[in-house]
Design a protein around this ligand. Structure first.
Ligand code: PEP
Ligand code: MG
Length: 585
C-alpha cells in the first residue's frame, strides 16, 4: 500500500529504487540453536570478538594524553574490567556450550540480565553505570560482526538501491556510492553533516530526519525519494511515477538553461565581479568544477583521502592526489585543507580519537594534526611538493588561536628544509590560511590575520559552535539556523576585518552554495564564494539578478534585525525593491 513519509532534503533530486534497510546501530541477534559441531567454532568466534574489543580499548587508552587521559581513562578502565569479569565470561561460555545459543544471542542474554540488575539499583550513580554494560557488549557485538556483517554492510548497497538507515557515516556513504546506490533516507542526521556534504558531491538525493522510515519501510520495497519537496513515497502509484518523469524533464531543461552560464563571467546585475570557487572531495568534483567555470578550488577536503582507504596514505600517495587536483585545475588556484579528522570523521587508520565524550569539541582538525606532528609533516611535505605543479594555498581547519598558526608555520619551514636537503624542487611561496569556524577565531580575527595570508569562513562549524547546536542533530533545526542575527554579525565582522587587512576572505560552508543566502553574503561584502561545483551555476545565475551596491548599502539595516524572521523579511523587502527597479528599467 502506498504511504508517504516526510523528511528534510539534505541533497536535492529525486530517485526511484528498491529500499535497502541498513541499521548500523542495531545488531542482528541470531536466535537459532547451534548443532553440536557448531559449538566449538562459535566459542572461538566469541573469544576472538572479546579479544578484539580488549585490544581496541587498549589502543584507545594508549592514545589518550593529558587531561583527556584522566577523564576518559577511568571509563575505559571500567570497560576493560568488565571484559575481564569472570562471571560475565563464564556465563557467556555456558550459554554457548551448554545452552547451544549463538554468540550474539549469548551476548544479548547476558546484557539483558546485567541491565536488569543495574536497573533495580536504587543508587542513581550505580544505575547509570548500566550504560557501561551496553557499551561493552556493543563493542563485542560490533567485533563479532566485523568479519561478517561489516562486509555485508559494505556490500549492502547495490546498483539501484536506496539506503534507509538511522544515520550513515561519511566513510560508509562514500563506499556505498561507489557501488551504485541511488539515494539515502535517514531517520536522524542533518543537512550540514559531512555525510550530507558527500551526498551532494555524489549527486545522490538524500533525506534526513525521516522519522518513521525504519519502522515503516521494508527491505526491497519500491521507494521514490523526492528530495526536492522532502518526501519519500513507499510503493509509488502511477501518478507518483508521472511526477518523477515530469521532474526528470524539468531538471534536464533547467540543466540546459544553466549550462549556458558555464563559460559566462560571474557578475552581479550592477557589474560587480564575484569569484566562485569549488569545494572538492572527489576527483569528479574537480572535473565538474572545470566544466562549470569555477575560479579555482576554494576547499579541498583532504581528509576524504584518509577516509576512503585503510591505513594512512603515504607521502607519495598524498602527493599524487594533490598534484592531480592541481593539474586538473589547469593553473587555477587550489586550496588544500590539511586534515580535518575527528568529530564525525573517523579514519580507518585510527588516527582520530574514538570514544571522546564530546567529539565535536574534542581533538579534531588542527588539534589532531599537532598531536601527531610526524604525520602532519608528511602531509605538509606532500602539499609542498604538489605546489610545484600550479598555484596552491594551504588552509588550516579548526584554528582557535594564533599559536596554532605559528606552529603550522614552524612545521612548514621544517618540511621545506627537509625537502630541500633531499633535493626536491620547492614552490617559491605557499600561502597559509586559517579556517574561521571556531567563535574564538572569529572574535579574535584581527590577531589571526597577523599570521594568516587568507581566511576561509567555515560556516557549517562556525554556526554549530556559535549557536551551541550540533550540526548533525536534526532536533536542533530551529536553533542551528544560519539566519540568526548574532551569527550573521559574526560573519560580517570577519569579512570586514579581512577586507580592512586587505587579505582575501572566502566562505566555504554550505550556505555559500545556497541561493537563499547569496544576497545576504553579498550584502556582507563577500566577494569569494566556495561551494560544491554542482551549485555553481545556480549561484552565478542568482548573482546576475542582484544589485551588489544596493545590497551593501542595506547591510546595516539587515544586520540590526533582532530575529531571524526579521532578517528574512528585511532581506526579502530589499531584494523585492531591486526586482521592482529592474522590472521598471
Ligand atoms: C565548515 O565547517 O563550514 C567547513 C567548510 O568545513 P567542514 O564542513 O568540512 O567541517
Ligand atoms: Mg568545518
Amino acid at each position: 500500500m502506498r504511504h508517504q513519509l516526510t523528511g528534510t532534503p539534505a541533497s536535492r533530486g529525486m530517485a526511484l529504487g528498491r529500499a535497502r534497510m541498513v541499521q548500523p546501530s542495531l545488531f542482528t541477534v541470531d536466535m537459532r540453536m547451534l548443532e553440536d559441531a557448531e559449538v566449538g567454532p562459535e566459542i572461538a568466534r566469541l573469544h576472538k570478538a572479546i579479544d578484539h574489543a580488549r585490544a581496541e580499548l587498549r589502543e584507545l587508552r594508549s592514545k589518550l594524553h593529558g587531561a583527556l587521559a584522566r577523564e576518559v581513562g577511568d571509563f575505559i578502565d571500567a570497560h576493560s574490567l568488565l571484559l575481564d569479569d569472570e562471571e560475565l565470561l563464564r556465563g557467556l561460555d555456558e550459554l554457548v556450550s551448554v545452552g547451544h545459543y549463538t554468540a550474539s544471542a549469548a551476548l544479548k542474554m547476558q546484557r539483558d540480565r546485567l541491565a536488569a540488575v543495574f536497573d533495580a539499583m536504587n543508587d542513581p550513580y550505580l544505575k547509570s553505570r548500566g550504560e557501561d554494560i551496553d557499551q561493552v557488549i556493543g563493542r563485542v557485538m560490533s567485533a563479532l560482526f566485523q568479519s561478517s556483517s561489516r562486509e555485508e554492510r559494505k556490500l549492502a548497497a547495490r546498483v539501484g538501491e536506496i539506503i534507509v538507515s538511522d544515520t550513515v557515516a561519511p566513510a560508509d556513504l562514500a563506499s556505498m556510492a561507489g557501488q551504485g546506490m541511488l539515494g539515502v533516507v535517514t531517520t536522524a542526521g542533518s543537512v550540514y553533516s559531512h555525510s550530507a556534504i558527500l551526498a551532494r558531491s555524489f549527486n545522490l538525493p538524500m533525506l534526513v530526519g525521516t522519522k518513521d522510515a525504519l519502522a515503516t519501510i521494508n527491505d526491497g520495497d519500491l521507494v521514490l525519494i523526492d528530495a526536492e519537496n522532502g518526501d519519500v513515497v513507499v510503493h509509488p502509484t502511477a501518478q507518483d511515477l508521472a511526477r518523477y518523469r515530469q521532474w526528470q524533464r524539468q531538471a534536464a531543461a533547467e540543466g540546459r538553461r544553466l549550462a549556458a552560464l558555464a563559460s559566462a563571467p560571474t557578475l552581479t546585475r550592477d557589474g560587480a565581479h564575484v569569484r566562485l570557487f569549488a569545494n572538492a572531495e572527489l576527483a569528479g568534483d574537480v572535473t565538474l568544477a572545470r566544466a562549470r567555470g569555477a575560479d579555482g578550488v576554494g576547499l579541498y577536503r583532504s581528509e576524504f583521502l584518509f577516509l576512503r582507504q585503510r591505513g594512512l596514505p603515504s607521502e607519495d600517495e598524498q602527493f599524487a592526489a594533490y598534484r592531480d587536483v592541481v593539474l586538473g585545475m589547469g593553473g587555477l588556484p587550489v586550496t588544500i585543507r590539511t586534515l580535518d579528522l575527528g568529530a564525525d570523521k573517523a579514519d580507518s587508520a585510527g588516527l582520530a580519537i574514538r570514544g571522546e565524550e564530546n567529539p565535536a569539541l574534542g581533538v579534531r582538525g588542527i588539534r589532531l594534526s599537532l598531536r601527531y606532528p610526524d604525520i602532519f609533516l608528511v602531509q605538509l611535505r606532500a602539499i609542498l611538493r604538489a605546489a610545484c605543479y600550479g598555484p596552491v594555498r594551504v588552509l588550516v581547519p579548526m584554528i582557535t588561536h594564533l599559536g596554532e598558526l605559528t606552529e603550522v608555520r614552524r612545521l612548514l619551514k621544517k618540511a621545506r628544509e627537509q625537502l630541500s636537503l633531499e633535493g626536491h624542487e620547492l614552490p617559491e611561496r605557499l600561502d597559509v590560511g586559517a579556517m574561521i569556524e571556531v567563535p574564538a577565531a572569529a572574535i579574535g580575527v584581527a590577531s589571526i590575520l597577523q599570521k594568516a595570508d587568507f581566511l576561509a569562513i567555515g560556516t557549517n562549524d562556525l554556526a554549530q559552535y556559535t549557536l551551541a547546536a550540533d550540526r548533525n542533530n536534526d532536533a536542533l533545526e530551529g536553533i542551528y539556523d544560519p539566519l540568526q542575527p548574532a551569527f550573521l554579525r559574526l560573519i560580517a565582522h570577519v569579512i570586514a576585518a579581512a577586507r580592512r587587512a586587505k587579505k582575501p576572505v572566502s566562505l566555504c560552508g554550505e550556505i555559500a552554495g545556497d541561493i537563499q543566502f547569496t544576497a545576504l553574503l553579498l550584502a556582507m561584502g563577500l566577494e569569494e564564494f566556495s561551494m560544491h561545483p554542482g551549485q555553481l551555476l545556480q549561484v552565478r545565475d542568482r548573482l546576475t539578478t542582484l544589485d551588489c551596491a544596493a545590497l551593501r548599502r542595506a547591510a546595516p539595516h539587515l544586520f540590526r534585525a533582532h530575529t531571524r524572521d526579521e532578517v528574512e523579511q528585511r532581506l526579502l523587502a530589499v531584494v523585492a525593491k531591486q526586482d521592482g527597479c529592474a522590472g521598471a528599467a
